[in-house]
Design a protein around this ligand. Structure first.
Ligand code: ASP
Length: 324
């Protein structure tokens, strides 16, 4: 009986402590871990989202870039952070492909995090160095197949969106290239601009400006229909790659056991951010689609992640791509 009372009292005081914490939360800046290098597409979404969310949270959100191993180094760091609401984690489709791609993964995307909500969906583009000797997709394919032994395909490591897109591309054109991993597609883009690598897939959040400036050559977009901001760029499906579709969805997470009231506060700030005109304009200008507020919820992110893990597992297994 005594023990029961003690447990009840403890539960009550913990509940009250969580309630009080949430009422005051946040009292200091929040760190948002991004599992890729600064200046890349995930970083761009994070910085813009952080600014928007900080308006309703009343505290700044500081982005910390923890690149490496296709996003898995940053995910592991986020998983081990204190679950007090002062570390949150933005990741993309890689959360759903890593469990199949990696034989050993130091975290479980489905059980090691709290879900805050879905954020944006971003198409990818197939781009090459500006002096690549092809001016359309048919010429690109011919040159790539004829020179495959010399061609370098950049990516942000195994488990990144650029890796996934490259895998699908190689399997759909039945040609293999040498892949070169970077800690994010910001450094990969620098290598492409410097003509040290030949081509890559990357999100429109990183490529729109480069395509407009003709600093790179673009050969196709990975969405089902064309992107409003790149109307002259055909989809890869239109150009014969049947069923080729990659949408890089992003989700916001927190370490497991972050108090529920804190998660609710973060979800509310995310939903408020989605209505922020600066954020929505920036995302639209970069070809990204902001999820409707109804999907910026823990439940929507949880079920989307589960569905995506199930969707990609057989595709990755068929491509035979694994890492240790
Ligand atoms: N675009 C990268 C990827 O391939 C990630 C990044 O650098 O933000 O996943």
């Amino acid at each position: 009986m005594k023990l029961l009372r003690l447990v009840a009292a403890l539960g009550l005081s913990l509940g009250m402590a969580a309630g009080a914490l949430a009422q005051q939360y946040p009292t200091k800046p929040i760190t948002m871990i991004v599992p890729f290098a600064a200046g890349g597409p995930t970083d761009t979404v994070a910085r813009s989202l952080g600014q928007a969310m900080s308006k309703s949270l009343g505290q700044s959100i500081v982005v910390e870039n923890v690149g490496g191993a296709g996003g898995t180094v940053g995910a592991a760091r986020a998983r081990n952070a204190q679950a007090d609401g002062y570390t949150i984690f933005l990741h993309h489709i890689g959360m759903s492909t890593a469990p199949t791609l990696y034989r050993k993964l130091s975290f479980n995307p489905q059980t090691d995090f709290e879900y805050v909500g879905l954020v944006v969906d971003v198409p990818m583009t197939l781009i090459a160095r500006s002096d690549f000797p092809a001016n359309n997709f048919a010429e690109f394919l011919k040159f790539a197949r004829d020179n495959k032994a010399k061609m370098n395909l950049a990516n942000a490591g195994i488990g990144s969106a650029s890796h996934l897109c490259g895998l699908l591309f190689m399997s759909s054109i039945e040609t293999d290239f040498t892949t070169v991993p970077f800690s994010g597609t910001a450094p990969a883009m620098n290598a492409l601009l410097g003509k040290q690598v030949d081509f890559m897939c990357d999100q429109t959040t990183n490529t729109t400006g480069q395509i407009a400036a003709n600093s790179v050559k673009a050969f196709g977009v990975t969405s089902r229909s064309r992107v409003a901001t790149l109307p002259n760029l055909p989809t890869l499906q239109e150009q014969g790659l049947k069923g080729f579709e990659v949408g890089v969805w992003h989700g916001l997470y927190a370490p497991k056991n972050t108090p529920r009231p804190v998660i609710e506060r973060l979800t509310a700030a995310l939903q408020a951010g989605a209505k922020d005109p600066e954020f929505t304009k920036r995302m639209a200008d970069l070809g990204a689609t902001v999820y409707p507020a109804a999907q910026m919820t823990p439940a929507a992110l949880q079920s989307h992640l589960k569905a995506e893990i199930e969707r990609w597992a057989p595709i990755i297994k068929r491509a035979g791509a694994y890492a240790d």
